[in-house]
Design a protein around this ligand. Structure first.
Ligand code: ADP
Ligand code: MG
Length: 263
């Protein structure tokens, strides 16, 4: 591909320095994510997945190497990037609509038109009649959808999703996977999803990146075959070749756990 990647990591290191020690959380990462792609990051707990999203979001500066967004070095948070976390972090004292409008408010872009856009997003994601409600009146799945609306409201072209489905019941999680993937594809968004659910990673992504721990490095990359990518996540799991791919990546993940246990 000749196009400029939406995100490009070049020989990226991230060292956390605390009072007591320095932790090399990420080492020598090279990765390009192209427009419209959805990639997943999988790997053992502590391998640096959240750290990597925070670096891409411009919240933590890299210790070495570069992060480029549309070819330009990232120097801080940008409205082009939306970050959605596992916990919905809705403010309990704000109505659903006011929670969804938060990003627009903070970036000084709240007006009648953008407000109308958020109401449309709420409707489009099955949250009609919730605008005046409060977070405690909604289910976990609905709250995550509000968080997605809030993330989409500022119209970022890159979405960083840190285990957004992991606190949800299985059935709700499958429905939300479909909804999120449809929403990103329809809008031509680029996405980086962190998940500890390998079947989710394969079902929703164009590529799955396996990270290894201590230090966090890219271990391998799997391109998902087109017929699995084209299927909706819910049905992708039934496509031919899905199980074989699952087992192949699973063995890859397991072999590093074994190695970790020996160390
Ligand atoms: P993951 O999301 O893959 O579970 P993290 O990115 O949260 O991993 O953490 C990667 C490594 O960096 C871990 O060893 C973790 O203990 C360490 N780490 C994460 N955040 C900090 C921090 N703020 N200060 C020091 N070390 C941290
Ligand atoms: Mg994490």
């Amino acid at each position: 591909m000749n196009a400029v990647p939406v995100v490009e990591l070049r020989n990226l290191d991230l060292i956390y320095v605390t009072d007591r020690e320095a932790v090399l959380a990420l080492e020598g990462l090279d990765l390009s994510v192209y427009s419209g792609e959805l990639i997943s990051l999988v790997g053992p707990s502590g391998c640096g997945k959240t750290t990597l999203l925070s670096v891409i979001a411009g919240l933590i500066p890299p210790s070495r190497g570069q992060v480029l967004l549309h070819g330009k070095p990232v120097s801080g948070p940008s409205p082009e990037v939306g970050y959605m976390l596992q916990q919905d972090y809705l403010f309990p004292w704000r109505s659903i609509l006011d929670n969804a409008l938060l990003g627009l408010e903070l970036t000084g872009r709240l007006n009648d038109r953008s407000r109308e856009g958020v109401l449309e997003l709420l409707n489009g994601l099955g949250l009609e009649n919730t605008a005046d409600k409060y977070p405690h009146q909604l289910s976990g799945g609905m709250r995550q959808r509000v968080a997605l609306v809030r993330t989409l409201a500022t119209n970022p072209d890159l979405l960083l999703l840190d285990e957004p489905f992991s606190a949800l019941d299985y059935q709700i999680k499958l429905q939300l996977e479909d909804l999120v993937v449809d929403t990103l594809r329809q809008r031509g968004k680029t996405g980086v999803l962190v998940t500890h659910d390998l079947s989710e990673a394969i079902a929703v992504s164009d590529r799955v990146i396996v990270l290894e721990a201590r230090p966090g490095r890219i271990r391998s990359m799997y391109r998902i075959p087109e017929h699995i990518r084209k299927a909706q996540p819910f049905y992708a799991r039934e496509e031919s070749g899905f199980n074989e791919l699952f087992h192949e990546i699973w063995r890859d993940l397991e072999s590093q756990e074994e190695r970790g246990n020996r160390n």
